[in-house]
Design a protein around this ligand. Structure first.
Ligand SMILES: C[S@@+](CC[C@H](N)C(=O)[O-])C[C@H]1O[C@@H](n2cnc3c(N)ncnc32)[C@H](O)[C@@H]1O
Length: 309
């Protein structure tokens, strides 16, 4: 969806540009080239953020549709990827997705709310971080299970927390994933998927508000005993989850936060709903937080990877 919008925005940029070729656009002196080829208000009309990007192609449908450069000329003309639907399909075709996750994703795909799951490429990155860390003890805040209509009628579940299964699959047998989720029904279904994936023995499900669960873990003396944490629950609580997890994760451990680009809305000054403002503020605070090193990655809806110093 986001990629389709990106493509539309780029195509519109092409119309505005009136057919300049990439090399000509990039070589325009800054006094001549407009600083923002797609203005904020117009970009918002497409439901897309208005980060001042310059499209690096004048030919819609060509490979260069996928390339942008920063609006700030001080970053030069370094081209970076702006994923198009075709490029994203290519990327997905290069994800090594375990069979159980593929099944889970396919069973979930048509159900309302399935977009809340992390994408396969995100899950693969999470799993790789867990492996690189040699993590044994992990926490997930926001498990999520898609519960279809049939579940309410006859108890048959239709989908489950993709990211928690992805993390649990790569943990050693002695490892554990503390899975925090407030929704009981979701957890019932999730447990069945953990069984199917053969990871039930590694997943410790904690039902309730995640902040309460994390506080009780701290009170239980679990400070600095976790290697990895993933935040993907209530957006307005991100700062609180982060502070609690920073206590629970060891030095050198990693905390990953999902949705930090929030469909691009964080970069649009015209968007000021509470979730967007909350994520924007969180990103700003994190930027200045000397307790962690950070890397904001434009994967999925944006993830920030933090390493505790
Ligand atoms: C985006 S979904 C998680 C998706 C999951 N990480 C995945 O990729 O498959 C967010 C989940 O967080 C849960 N949630 C929201 N607020 C919460 C809270 N305060 N405590 C615990 N869980 C919460 C919701 O019930 C929902 O299931």
């Amino acid at each position: 969806m986001n990629e389709m919008i990106t493509s539309s925005v780029l195509s519109r940029r092409v119309l505005i540009l009136g057919g300049h070729r990439l090399s000509r656009i990039c070589s325009l002196p800054s006094a001549v080239a407009p600083p923002t080829l797609y203005p904020a208000a117009a970009a918002s009309a497409f439901g897309r953020c208005c980060s001042p990007l310059r499209a690096a192609s004048s030919k819609p449908g060509t490979a260069n549709d996928a390339v942008v450069v920063a609006g700030d000329g001080n970053y030069g003309n370094k081209q970076v990827i702006s994923v198009t639907p075709r490029l994203y399909d290519y990327l997905l075709a290069n994800v090594r997705e375990p069979q159980i996750l593929r099944q889970l994703r396919e069973e979930t795909a048509s159900i309302r709310g399935s977009q809340m799951q992390v994408s396969p490429d995100q899950a693969q990155l999470l799993a790789m971080l867990v492996q690189i860390l040699g993590a044994e003890r992990c926490i997930e805040v926001g498990v999520y299970t898609v519960v279809g209509f049939l579940w309410w009628l006859c108890g048959s579940a239709e989908g489950s927390g993709y990211s928690s299964v992805a993390i649990a699959l790569v943990l050693p047998d002695s490892g554990c994933l503390v899975a925090c989720e407030k929704d009981t029904k979701s957890l019932e279904v999730a447990k069945r998927y953990y069984d199917r994936a053969g990871v039930s023995h590694k997943v410790h499900v904690k039902h309730g508000l995640a902040a309460v669960t994390l506080k009780s873990m701290i009170q239980n003396g679990e400070v600095c005993s976790y290697d990895f944490a993933f935040i993907d629950a209530e957006k307005r609580m991100y700062q609180e989850y982060f502070e609690l997890l920073l206590l629970l994760v060891r030095v050198g451990g990693v905390i990953v936060i999902d949705n930090v680009l929030w469909h691009g809305k964080v970069a649009d000054p015209l968007v000021d709903d509470s979730k967007t403002v909350s994520i924007r503020n969180f990103n700003q605070i994190l930027m200045e937080d000397k307790r962690v090193s950070i890397s904001m990655v434009p994967i999925g809806d944006g993830m920030t990877i933090c390493r505790k110093l």
